[in-house]
Design a protein. Structure first.
Length: 303
């Protein structure tokens, strides 16, 4: 099982679009995929469930909020597996190759979970001398290490656009970090900052964990995926090309395949419960971008 956090400091960069479509296409190609929505906005959740379905079926007891709360209130967590659901519309649309897509849904209340976890470690600085430092940071990693998750080929975690405590639990659990970004100044600026914060967390965590290499973490940036790309004629707009080339000079790996902007295609896919890559109304160009991104992802990860 390969665990990958989808993360960028800046919101509105297509993070959820990448996660939902990559997960759906992998499942359509026969992979067993688990999506975890850790963003309080719950956009990934609402890509597969209508709001009234979420309210009736998931919100009462089957979201990741209940799992984090069980730790905060009792220091004894519910099994994470109990929060897994299988979105019916997308699974009915998959090919007959044996793949499937499962989801652990989010909730707006994750904002409060963040505060509770930080408070348990002595505040927002997450002091390394706290005896629960490793326990809190490893809570998601330890949960995913349960044998019941061995059936999945890949776990994709849609992270909030920050580096707070919930995000840190995702990073500690991850083998790789996937970074969606727009080709603009603010998005590309955030990539350098994200690299710095990742390095700081890895050094801090491994310092607490000690010299045992099996206890250490080393999540690597799998690559930056540029989204919402606009074309001029047969090629990229000149200004966008400049931002992409500048990012490549920072030694951060880049995906060759980007995703073009198409508000007509992406705007209503959440309402249908089917990501654009498998939706009937998707244009040929958008479908090409999405499937090529999946192929490149498979080549990079071996999934």
């Amino acid at each position: 099982m390969n665990v990958i956090s989808v993360l960028n400091y800046k919101g509105g960069v297509g993070k959820t679009t990448v996660t939902a479509n990559l997960g759906a296409d992998l499942a359509n190609r026969g992979r067993r995929v688990l999506l975890i929505d850790l963003d309080p906005q719950a956009s990934l959740t609402f890509s597969f469930y209508a709001a009234d379905e979420w309210d009736a079926q998931l919100r009462p007891a089957k979201t990741v909020l209940h799992w984090y709360d069980s730790f905060n209130w009792s220091q004894s967590q519910k099994p994470l597996r109990d929060m897994v659901t299988a979105p019916p519309r997308i699974n009915a649309r998959l090919s007959d190759r044996g793949g499937r897509l499962d989801l652990i849904a989010s909730d707006l209340g994750l904002v409060d979970v963040e505060l509770d976890l930080a408070a348990g470690l002595g505040g927002s600085r997450y002091q390394t001398f706290n005896p629960d430092y490793l326990k809190v940071h490893r809570m998601l990693a330890d949960a995913l290490a349960d044998d019941e998750f061995d059936e999945y080929d890949v776990v994709l975690i849609d992270c909030p656009p920050n580096f707070n405590m919930v995000t840190r639990t995702a990073v500690v659990a991850s083998d790789h970090i996937l970074v969606p970004a727009k080709a603009d100044y603010l998005s590309t600026l955030g990539i350098t900052y994200l690299r710095r914060r990742l390095t700081q967390l890895v050094e801090q965590y491994n310092g607490v964990a000690g010299p045992d290499p099996e206890a250490s973490i080393n999540p690597e940036i799998l690559g930056v995926v540029f989204t919402m790309i606009q074309y001029a004629g047969s090629g990229l707009m000149t200004k966008l090309r400049g931002y992409i080339e500048r990012t490549g000079q920072t030694e951060v790996p880049l995906f060759q395949q980007g995703l073009r902007e198409s508000k007509n295609v992406f705007a209503d896919t959440g309402e249908l419960g089917i990501p654009a890559v498998l939706a009937a109304h998707t244009t040929e160009n958008v479908e090409y971008d999405l499937t090529q991104l999946t192929s490149e992802f498979i080549a990079k990860t071996g999934i």
